[in-house]
Design a protein around this ligand. Structure first.
Ligand code: ZNA
Length: 244
């Protein structure tokens, strides 16, 4: 007996596309189909190790970042704690709270020469190659996010590791250097400490950070215990800027 149905294989492309589109629709007022097409053009039919940052230029044009004053929050080595904090308060916006950051956070994708598919398995990882499909995306959108930052910006760094600022991290190599001194007044480091913190605001790596800041941008540093962050985020009525 032949059943009159054709079971279409659920491809990796279809699965990835539906996650992309459903996350994108969460942000209202976007042409998500157009953004998906533009996104794909950066990497489909390409060697997944030969996707430079610039491949995502058309994507950033199709889904531009809006200028954001006094609320931009960068982070490095604090992914969990920073998002636990920003999801509770409207005072700060991380890259992952913007359309492109939200849509792609936590995902893996790449293409292959001679194929129009999107793959989600066996993609090169960060350390495999410099121009890898996923790391180039984060570098490109991080540059775009730094570029629209304005006023007083913040960065949550990890006070529980030996070197809280690394000049080769995306924060150190792209975001700090990409701040526009005509728009940005200051950068405040929020150094998250625990009981057994290993570093404080006098740490040598933070001197390096000050040196790397574009001329004219003021620098500040606050040591903030993780318990204080949790407390601060738990009161949504609390005025922005009263946390540290
Ligand atoms: N949401 C993300 O997955 C993501 C976001 C990935 C990379 C960068 N970002 C931007 S840049 C984010 O909004 C922050 O403002 C900036 C953080 O980048 P960072 O300074 O490089 O911080 P990090 O903690 O070292 O890396 C963040 C994440 O990126 C990590 O959890 C890894 O998933 C990945 N990553 C970055 N560099 C490497 C890496 N994984 C492996 N090897 C690396 N060299």
């Amino acid at each position: 007996v032949v059943l009159g149905v054709t079971l279409r294989k659920e491809t990796e492309t279809n699965q990835f596309q539906s996650v992309f589109l459903s996350r994108c629709e969460t942000f209202k007022g976007n042409n998500c189909q157009k953004i998906w097409e533009t996104f794909q053009q950066a990497y489909v039919n390409r060697d997944p190790c030969k996707v430079p940052m610039e491949a995502y230029d058309p994507l950033v044009t199709a889904a531009p970042f809006k200028p954001t004053c006094n609320r931009v929050m960068f982070w490095s080595k604090t992914k969990v704690v920073v998002h636990e904090f920003t999801e509770k308060t409207d005072c700060f916006v991380t890259l992952e709270d913007t359309l492109l950051g939200y849509v792609l956070d936590g995902l893996t994708w790449c293409g292959k020469e001679g194929s129009s598919e999107t793959f989600t398995t066996d993609c090169p990882v960060w350390t495999d190659c410099e121009n890898n499909t996923v790391s180039s995306f984060w570098k490109r959108v991080s540059a775009a996010y730094a570029d629209i930052a304005c006023g007083n910006v913040s960065a949550m760094l990890n006070g529980s590791i030996a070197v809280p600022f690394s000049p080769t991290s995306i924060f150190g190599s792209i975001e700090v250097k990409g701040l526009n001194a005509t728009r940005v007044n200051s950068l405040t480091v929020v150094l998250v400490t625990e009981e057994e913190n290993v570093t404080n605001c006098t740490d040598a790596s933070l001197k390096v950070l000050q040196k790397e800041l574009p001329a004219g941008i003021n620098y500040g540093c606050e040591e903030v215990p993780e318990s204080q962050l949790q407390e601060c985020g738990s009161d949504p009525q609390r005025p922005c800027g009263s946390c540290w």
